[in-house]
Design a protein around this ligand. Structure first.
Ligand code: DGY
Length: 323
């Protein structure tokens, strides 16, 4: 029997590409440049499986019309808001993701952003690189202490919990959170965290607000102008979730006007575009979507995709099926 034809839309860790080449009739996008809508549509017509990433936008329009060859989308990533899930379901296309293996690394990046923005690490780094440091002085780049402060988490899934654990047990912070469903208080206590009823309750008491909820329609612009105004004066926003959870224009205004003190961002509304007004601000730390970017995690993510599509083509249930 011939091997399933698969398209891998970006370069993946070498060890994973090797396994994919052995098990499947694999085509790799060796240019490693994001595919456009026309190329993705063509892929859905041509390959048994397409293995996309967050940089591949798959809206409903790409699934419409003539019969598609693709039977499974093995997404390289836990978030899948770049895929129109309803449209895939309607076409009978299975979608899988890669949960669990990127929890610690993404929580680490959230911690890195929190510390960088609180302690003005980005500003200091830029100053030293520019050769502009004039020496130690008591009033130089004075930030805010994190120990004893309150961090508010929006979304208490795996990554939210791992971040809570770091903040509470690692840095002596008080942790509150909002989650759509109720979490057993004993379970929350394992992470040093206390659940509050509403997003507003969290904003009212938090010195740092960190987003850990999924992107997509349900959470689009969850952080808007009204919610920035509801944050404590002098508070900071951290976003390692998805860019569309934040109304970026409202965030920029809140930062420019001093409604909030700063932001640490790993994700943006129209990646890789980052607005010039945001880039020109000193009170932000900006990373290029690095949450899961470690050798160990990216390899584990790839191997999860391998497991998912291997199970699917062997007639078994893929372990991480979302549709
Ligand atoms: C994820 O896994 O969701 C990362 O953000 C990359 O897409």
């Amino acid at each position: 029997m011939s091997k399933p034809r698969i398209l891998v839309t970006r370069r993946w860790p070498v060890a994973v590409e090797k396994v994919l080449s052995e098990r499947f009739d694999a085509t790799f996008n060796t240019d490693d440049v994001a595919l456009d809508a026309g190329q993705l549509r063509e892929a859905l017509l041509t390959y048994d499986a397409v293995l996309p990433t967050v940089s591949d936008k798959l809206p409903a329009a790409l699934f419409e019309g003539q019969a598609l060859r693709t039977k499974i989308l093995g997404n390289f990533g836990v978030g899948f808001n770049h895929i129109d899930i309803a449209a895939a379901r309607e076409k009978g296309i299975v979608v899988t993701n890669t949960p669990g293996v990127l929890t610690d690394c993404t929580a680490d990046i959230a911690m890195l952003l929190l510390l960088s923005v609180a302690r003005r690490g980005g500003e200091g780094e830029r100053e030293v690189r520019a050769g502009a440091w004039t020496g130690w002085r008591p009033t130089h780049l004075v930030g805010t202490k994190v120990t004893g402060k309150t961090v508010g988490i929006i979304g208490f899934g795996r990554i939210g919990r791992a971040f809570a654990q770091r903040c509470h047990f690692g840095f002596g912070m008080d942790v509150v959170f909002y989650n759509r469903s109720a979490i057993d208080p004993m379970e929350a206590a394992r992470y040093g965290a206390v659940q509050l009823q509403t997003v507003e309750d969290v904003l009212e008491v938090s010195d740092f607000v960190s987003l850990h909820c999924p992107g997509g329609a349900e959470n689009r612009h969850l952080m808007n102008a009204a919610r920035f105004a509801a944050m404590k004066p002098g508070a900071f926003l951290i976003n390692t979730a998805r860019g569309d959870v934040v109304d970026e224009a409202a965030l920029i205004s809140a930062l420019e006007q001093g409604t909030i003190r700063g932001a640490g961002l790993d994700v943006y509304e129209a990646e890789p575009h980052v607005p010039e007004r945001l880039r020109s601000l000193d009170n932000v730390v900006l990373l290029p979507h690095l949450g899961s970017a470690t050798e160990e995690t990216r390899t584990a993510m790839g191997m999860k995709v391998v497991d998912n599509i291997t199970a699917f083509f062997a007639g078994r249930e893929p372990p991480d099926r979302v549709v």
